[in-house]
Write a protein that binds this ligand. Sequence first.
Ligand code: FES
Ligand code: FE2
Length: 373
Amino acid sequence: MSEAVRVAPPSAFLPVADTGMLWDFWYPAVPSAEIRGRGLATAMLLEVPLVLGRDGQGRAFAMRDNCPHRGMPLSHGRFDGKTVECSYHGWRFDACTGQCVEIPSLSKGDRLKAERIFAGHYPCAERDGYVWVFMPDPNRRDTPRHDAEREPAIPELPVFSETYRITRLSCMLPCHVDHGIIGLMDPAHGPFVHQAWWWRSRRSIHEKEKQFEPIPGGFRMSAHAPSSNSAPYKLLRVSGQPIVTTIDFVLPNMRLEQIRSGHLWFSSRATVTPVRRDLCRIDFVAAWNLFSGVPLVVPIFRFFAKRFLRQDQQTMIEQAEGLKHNPNLMLIDDADRPAKWYFQLKAALLESRRTGTAMKHPMDGPVTLRWRS
Ligand code: FES
Ligand SMILES: [Fe+2]
């Protein structure tokens, strides 16, 4: 007769340390194209190692990449389309539920019930060419871990016609997710970091005034005509209609931009996903119906977007050097106000979760910000 004895590392009974990352949200884990056939892919979200694959029906699944027996990464094991077999002692787990279905070492008289053992398992869905994984708060013990009611809607890029082009890019940033996010919304770095003849230069710096308004879980740069000093926006003039753009930030990590002009549109989303406390990843997806018949639009767009992301990445690599020494930081008005809102939104969300009350939005109405860029 045998019994499963839990052997946990000394820290396992302590709450998961607060690393400033937001649980109970969906995060993009890997591009959909990375999991094919019976292959397994790995990812890390909020310091949780994951193994991902597709079942026989092509549905994506995500499990914690640790065998509940002795911690072997399950990604070293084999997947037969239904169960994942650990490479160490051959325990097998149902890929869609995480339930253990076989422990090969058990003898006939063994009373251990394999089916009571589960590998960590996470809700998983595909949108816009990414596999999204819902990361429930590991410190929450009051509700079952898979509580669909608590899961917010799975994010999806808004599109405005049946046919369109779509492209995706990503890059790693060696910093905490907060720095990645405030960098994403920072209106003042453009003329310094993204200098280019086709975009903007220091000489093009001029005073800007934009209106912002609160939206659920975030804020919106209200509908406006896009910046006149940026060449790509000028291309949208072809419709002959006014050009209107909105930029939203929504917790936990999302910047959505839409530009519309008559029937023409461009829609993009950048998410900054926490990988570890010192590492995050930007995933950028853009879709549009402009120039639909024109060849090379996607490669040209990717060339410029990559260059843009690389400039941000290089800046954050350099900034991370400075942040290592924990310097004092300051956020100024109005150029850093979006960053301040981000921190206030995050605090308000955590407070509402702590108290079980509705989230109190830090903005109580529209605000006009002015800065030069
Ligand atoms: S560690 Fe996985 S079966 Fe033993
Ligand atoms: Fe940038």
